[in-house]
Design a protein around this ligand. Sequence first.
Ligand code: ADP
Ligand code: MG
Length: 157
Amino acid sequence: GAMRNLPYFCRGEVVKGFGRGSKQLGIPTANFSEQVVESFPADIPTGIYYGWACVGNGDVHKMVLSIGWNPFYKNIKKSVETHIIHTFKEDFYGEILSIVITGYIRPEKNFDSVDALISAIQEDIEEAKRQLDLPEHLKLKEDNFFHLPEGKIVNNR
Ligand code: ADP
Ligand code: MG
């Protein structure tokens, strides 16, 4: 199942997405490059996950992440997009995003309206916040992965 690969550590550059307007919805998602996405286990289920994220050597924040089918590649490739639960002063395209995925929320879904989509994501964010306060998830916030970038083997390299 979805949990078998977790926790999953990943680091890579933030690239331009395909402009689905996530930011306009108030939920910007930092996209990983195709190369980083290809390094994910092929059998990791699509859906909504949560965990911890850090931009460059900044602070570690809660995040929700979607692994989905990438419409830009006619849904034959996956996309991995991280919404960091933090307000940033500026965009961070080109920076290195480090994440650890610690849990799974739900499979991908289609929504009848943008409002339904937004409220689902808001529920995902609340669920992520609650789960990440539990000791088994909270402990990964302090993982050396976020502080010793050269010192640890990472899943994707
Ligand atoms: P794109 O289609 O290029 O991914 P988005 O509308 O999804 O555009 O916005 C994503 C960009 O917004 C990120 O690459 C990042 O530079 C910026 N950003 C600002 N705040 C956040 C945040 N809290 N979480 C994720 N990305 C953020
Ligand atoms: Mg995006």
